[in-house]
Ligand binder design. Sequence first.
Ligand code: TGC
Ligand code: FAD
Length: 390
Amino acid sequence: KDLFESPDYYLIDELLTDEHKLIRASVRDWVKKEVSPVIEDYSQRAAFPKHLIKGLGEIGAFGPTIPVEYGGAGLDYMSYGIIMQEIERGDSGIRSTASVQGSLVMYPIYAYGSEEQRIKYLPKLATGELMGCFGLTEPDHGSDPGGMETNFKDKGDHYLLNGAKMWISNSPFADIAVVWAKDENGKIRGLIVERGMEGFTTPETHGKWSLRASATGELVFDNVKVPKENLLPNASGLKGPLGCLNQARYGIAWGALGAAMDCYDTALRYTKERKQFGKPIAGFQLQQKKLAEMITEITKGQLLVWRLGQLKNENRATPAQISMGKRNSVDVAIHIAREARQMLGGMGITGEYPIMRHMMNLESVITYEGTHDIHLLITGMDITGEDAFK
Ligand code: TGC
Ligand code: FAD
């Protein structure tokens, strides 16, 4: 039986175009062939499956909405969401790699970069020939990135960059980093820092119990000389990096539902097959309650992200609407993962099934790109007009 059955309780497929369904089928096929057979092993060993990068590029996972002339796939936002959903069905860490490359590295170069920067970097990032990472978070500034201390000074023919970033996905192997730092006037600007620049190091963060198949690390800048042409000319202020987060959070809103679907599929199949007290455990009311609540939440989430996709396509999705989508999908997914794990009993803690891996991955997803509570406060601010952060 196809392990990648999609729950579609409200016939949401009818809201998708043939192209969307074709994209979904091809990404699903790739995930099934390339990710699912190996991901448990990489995750257990806390190793990043680097060999998947080429395939991710080929399926259009890097910069799906970036125009074709810059090497992107030139797709709409619904397609981007669908791609993230199918990749995260496989593993949140692999989706992270794609999110960072597309939304947090290619997007700022496309949206804020010069034409020379676009031509130099985007086509190679689209294929995975170059890999990037995004440095916003610092050891002392996570939810409040506006407090960042990383800074650069104008030294005439170059900038001198100092500071450190922490919790950076892809940093240990990235060829370039889009780094957010303050200039001498305290304005946040974006710089493209390249591996090999003197004083730039990327120590890996070890010992994670979550997102183990994704490489996470620091970015350390010790008097790094950054050429002036590496400054992103068209971003100034916190809205630069936050604009990138809108892109990535949108993808996560779809992606986390993919993880939820995989947990639901697995629990449904298992409970129909597993017998206790002489009958399949799916016949017990408590198991049915869990399954019924899961499919209800997945269905509500699917409709929410589909509508968000329409708004994104029309360039009408507000940051607060995106926050609600990210927060809701991850919350739905983490609850489903925790319930599904219990439904498999002892088998639920093993790597024989994907649930515990999803469950642990989602602990990162609920924290990064704005925590669960930060997104709640963004909604609170939007509906009341009162800013709880100030
Ligand atoms: P605040 O004063 O509200 O805003 C500063 C300026 O930014 C504008 N703005 C936005 N612009 C675009 N998109 C958004 N989502 C925006 N939110 C705010 C705002 O209009 C203002 O513009 P202007 O022109 O007036 O200057 O800023 P604040 O300092 O009060 O902070 C607001 C807050 C807390 C919502 C924000 O800082 C936040 O979202 N914090 C969470 C931090 C976060 O999400 N970090 C993520 C790091 S990257 C990551 O986790 C990658 S994981 C990748 C993976 O592996 O998938
Ligand atoms: P803190 O900001 O210290 O928050 C701690 C707790 O306090 C949270 O529960 C938070 O909700 C709460 N809190 C904070 N402020 C408030 C408030 N005003 N009101 C109420 N509660 C509040 N960052 C990058 O820049 N690039 C990356 O590629 C990247 N990848 C990541 C990968 C992983 C695996 C992880 C775990 C993180 C990654 N991050 C990345 C960092 C991530 O975005 C931050 O961890 C996140 O924004 C939270 O910041 P923090 O960890 O410093 O927590």
